[in-house]
Design a protein around this ligand. Structure first.
Ligand code: F6R
Length: 615
């Protein structure tokens, strides 16, 4: 995790770095720091807390002049969040300074070696070890900074994206990447460095994404030189034109990014199927699937790997793939899959789902699957992300930047994309009738306006939230396609409001969780028509008999559940297979309003980060 930003050029580096760090706070926000070269000396300020705390501190501590600088927003791995462990870190001489995103796994042995050679360490971080290793190489081998970084990195085990400079040579920054993302914005005689492109969007649309095991030496007024860390070979820079714009990453009048992103879902879903689903013609086209259709058709099974909310989208996909396309699916937590010696063959298709495209466990699961001969397909949101590049083929969700740490539009767009794939395969395999296929396309096309309708219940949901905001526990129940939605609803509530919540298949309730039910327990039950409606209504009766408080998510016009539940929240009617796209919406809003009422930091909940690049 952690966000890194750097600038070298002719502008004031300070505002670029501070603004950039704010945009990268989704990657971690427990401490922040900045190092500037002010023309004569190196100025470093760092603090526990957020980037605004850093700004406050800087007002009293340093001048903010200088056209060279690096900054960091941290998500602690080694060492508690405090001022000392915050980045940037110096070398013992005070000449070299570094920011780092990732983990140096062999830092203890390196530290021991360096200590024997007289190096001392102020912080508990692996990063301080790395910068001293670089200094040690530089002095011992009498080499320039770039070479020293390269030699040091060849001794390192772990993951990193780093930026380093030497205060005695303030015309260059050295950067490198392995396992953590790093983008370079190319301006006129200036360069921007960042964990993703958002910090430099207003300055340039031209960017280079460093590949794993690459490093670069960046000099103001000159070009960028990229090399392979291992064998020193030069790499031709591949400059991409960015499609994102600044407006997309700002709040646009909403109080929080999460709320903005919830309300963006009608358009985000449309953007996911736009150009891919031709309803009149009855065609679904997706190059990543079309070009590899035999792989999908000949697969023994599909294995879906993902984490968190993306894993929940994978569970929904399991229902759709099996139900419509009759393809056996297994859904795996990437973190378990990668370590449990799974049986993978070249007849398996692995689908990796990830909003950020940077999740370390998902990335490792992909590598394992590839090594065992499986065909790996990526479903990512962030264009050019590590997972998008590591997979054999894939499709982007096109949800636009998701900044709120709690995933919302990523979930519904992942489901939309996976539904398109399942429908396509069902059609090609002849598992779905023409009529049913067409009906699905028509219904999917209507989903954005139905999501819009579901969003209109916002005020009502807010009123329900005000009644249950002080609950300590909450149960979420659903069946079939809506069981994963229950899991997702519970995750949303716990991660932003810190209320304990559990999702369960409704019928499993009587095998344990029913013991929790009393008059203080709110229970959200997804009870839309179709599917297992009558059975879920029976489950609601069982809850009612034990005085649980029932919040029913029901189909518009439902009267049965209304009689039993304490509150109902309506969503428009749709096909059962598409219902998660609608039932998710009130659950997102419910958790959002509860968290706001409790005064929690909705966009940056404690202990979490948007992009989990550590295992
Ligand atoms: C929850 C949430 C996380 C992510 C998980 C995977 O709201 O955002 O559970 O879903 O960390 O992240 P990605 O999809 O980026 O791989």
């Amino acid at each position: 995790m952690c966000g890194i930003v750097g600038y070298i050029g002719h502008r004031d580096a300070f505002p670029i770095i501070i603004e950039g760090l704010k945009r990268l706070e989704y990657r971690g926000y427990d401490s922040a720091g900045i190092a500037l070269f002010d023309g004569t000396d190196l100025k470093v300020t760092k603090t526990k807390g957020k980037v605004v705390d850093l700004e406050d501190r800087i007002k009293n501590e340093i001048t903010t002049n200088g056209t060279l600088g690096i900054g960091h927003t941290r998500w602690a791995t080694h060492g508690v969040p405090n001022d000392v462990n915050a980045h940037p870190h110096y070398s013992n001489s005070g000449n070299l300074v570094i920011i780092h995103n990732g983990i140096i796994e062999n830092y203890e042995s390196l530290k021991k070696e360096l200590s024997k050679r007289g190096y001392t360490f102020k912080s508990d971080t692996d990063t301080e070890v790395l910068i001293n290793l670089i200094e040690d190489v530089k002095i011992k081998e009498n080499v320039k900074l770039g070479k020293a970084v390269q030699v040091a990195l060849n001794q390192v085990v772990g993951a990193y994206s780093i930026a380093v400079f030497d205060k005695n040579k303030p015309d260059e920054i050295v950067i490198a990447r392995l396992g953590s993302p790093l983008a370079v914005g190319i301006g006129e005689n200036e360069f921007f460095i960042a964990s993703d492109a958002s910090p430099f969007l207003e300055y340039t649309k031209n960017a280079i994404y460093l590949e794993d095991e690459e490093m670069a030496i960046i000099r103001a007024n000159k070009e960028i030189k990229i090399r392979k860390i291992k064998d020193d070979s030069l790499v031709d820079p591949y400059v991409q034109e960015l499609q994102m714009n600044l407006e997309q990453i700002e709040k646009g009048g909403y109080d929080h990014f999460m709320l903005k992103e919830i309300f963006e879902q009608p358009n985000a879903i449309k953007d996911t199927y736009r150009g891919r689903m031709l309803v009149k013609e009855g065609i679904i086209k997706m190059a990543g699937v079309d070009d590899n259709i035999e792989k999908f058709l000949n697969a023994n099974r599909v294995i879906i790997v993902a984490c968190g909310t993306s894993w929940h989208a994978g569970l929904v996909a399991e229902y759709i793939f099996e139900d419509l396309a009759r393809i056996p699916v297994e859904v795996e937590y990437a973190s378990e899959f990668r370590y449990r010696n799974p049986v993978i063959t070249n007849k398996d298709v692995v689908i990796a789902i990830s909003q950020s495209g940077e999740t370390a466990d998902t990335l490792a699961a992909i590598k394992l699957a590839k090594a065992n001969g499986a065909f790996v397909f990526g479903v990512c949101n962030v264009v050019g992300s590590s997972i998008a590049r590591e997979t054999h083929a894939g499709a982007y969700t096109h949800a636009g930047p998701e900044i709120g740490v709690a995933s919302t539009k990523a979930f519904t767009t992942q489901i939309t994309l996976l539904t398109l794939i399942a429908l396509k395969l069902a059609k090609v395999k002849g598992e779905i009738s023409n009529t049913n296929y067409r009906y699905h396309l028509q219904e999917l096309e209507l989903i954005p306006e139905k999501v819009q309708k579901a969003l209109e219940s916002d005020e009502h949901i807010k009123a329900v939230a005000s009644i249950y905001k002080d609950a300590r526990n909450c149960l979420y129940l659903g069946r079939g396609y809506n069981f994963p939605v229950a899991l997702e609803g519970a995750l949303k509530l716990k991660e932003i409001s810190y209320i304990h919540a559990e999702g369960y298949p409704a019928a499993e309730m009587k095998h344990g969780p029913i013991a929790l039910i009393d008059e203080n327990m709110p229970i959200v039950v997804i009870a839309t028509k179709k599917g297992h409606y009558e059975k879920v209504v029976s489950n609601i009766e069982e809850i009612k008999a034990r005085q649980g408080k029932i919040i029913g998510i029901v189909t518009e016009g439902d009267t049965n559940v209304k009689k039993l539940a304490d509150h109902v929240i309506e969503v428009p009617e749709t096909l059962e297979s598409l219902s998660p796209l609608l039932t998710t919406i009130p659950l997102q809003l419910l958790s959002y309003h509860i968290a706001v009422m409790l005064g929690k930091n909705v966009d940056q909940p404690r202990n979490l980060a948007k992009s989990v690049t550590v295992e």
